[in-house]
Ligand binder design. Structure first.
Ligand code: ATP
Length: 278
């Protein structure tokens, strides 16, 4: 389990996470949702030690992150983040074998077992046939799947993903999240995933944390969190929830009467000067 209580973080003097309580439990998928800039990525980065909270402590099982070496963390937590090392001249197979790095004693050749693990991971994301291609020859969605394979090859018990469905077509959005959920269900992984698509979050997450301006606005099951009363003030959009036999579907519509930041140019006062300087 990864957990943190009262996690705060500031970039310089600007607080972007304010006393957030979070726990990512084994056997479940926790979804982190919220508008752009609400602090989701910052929170995720504190959970694997890429950022150290200004206040609060993150625990990985019984230890604090600070008590563990980078290798111990890498053997326990795998991460799929947005930054793709796009221009690296690596084969797809090499990229996935990087997931085996935390287990290597020397920087020598990969063991046969590592290659089997990497092949298995590629097969699980439907990319085995591309193993000998260059990573930089792949489309955005194919790269994303390979990065997920790299995380699988790392064979950890915790998996953190930042918008893993970005670039994926609708079939792979569902396949990847189905795979992620099955890791939680059948392998007892603790999984946290940042998602912008709230309907995908409702379908694949067991619990959600809704963030806004670095604070937790709501936490609970998707059915508890994804309600009009929580979503409309946070996203400034009209929300309808359609109850279905097997769940619910959210439908969104721009809210003309609301305080919207993206305005039509004709609504802007023509006499007002616009400047890039503060
Ligand atoms: N390196 C940085 N330096 C300064 N401020 C930053 C930095 N990274 C992020 N921020 C700011 O911190 C706040 C939270 O950013 P964060 O990336 O965590 O949000 P997010 O919810 O993941 O956003 P998005 O949905 O757009 O990816 C934003 O206001 C952002 O501008």
């Amino acid at each position: 389990m990864i957990s943190g209580s009262a996690i705060s973080f500031a970039y310089g003097s600007r607080t972007v996470l304010d006393s957030v309580d979070v726990s990512v439990r084994h056997g479940e998928v926790l979804g982190l949702v919220g508008p752009n800039g609400s602090g989701k990525t910052t929170l995720l980065r504190t959970l694997y030690g890429s950022l150290v909270p200004t206040t609060g402590t993150v625990y990985l099982d019984a230890s604090t992150l600070q008590e563990l070496t980078a290798r111990q963390v890498a053997q326990t937590v795998s991460v799929v983040v947005q930054e793709t090392p796009g221009d690296l001249p690596l084969l797809v197979s090499d990229m996935v074998l990087l997931g085996r790095t935390p287990y290597r004693r020397t920087s020598g050749r990969s063991a046969e077992s590592d290659e089997e693990i990497a092949a298995d991971a590629l097969e699980r994301v439907g990319m085995l046939a591309s193993a000998t291609k260059g990573f930089d020859e792949l489309s955005g969605g194919e790269r994303q799947r390979v990065l997920i394979a790299r995380a699988l090859a790392q064979q950890t018990t915790h998996l953190l993903l930042d918008e893993p469905t970005n670039h994926l077509d609708v079939r792979y959005q569902h396949e990847v999240l189905d795979l992620v959920r099955s890791l939680a269900r059948s392998s007892n992984h603790a999984v946290a995933v940042i998602l912008h698509d709230l309907n995908l979050a409702a379908t694949y997450c067991d619990r959600l944390l809704l963030l806004d301006h670095g604070r937790v606005v709501a936490a609970g099951t998707p059915s508890e969190v994804l309600v009009k009363e929580h979503l409309e003030p946070v996203y400034h959009i009209d929300v309808r929830r359609l109850e279905l036999d097997d769940g619910f579907q959210l439908v969104f519509r721009a809210a003309p009467g609301r305080d919207r930041q993206l305005r039509n140019t004709d609504a802007v006062d023509p006499g007002r000067r616009t400047t890039l300087r503060p």
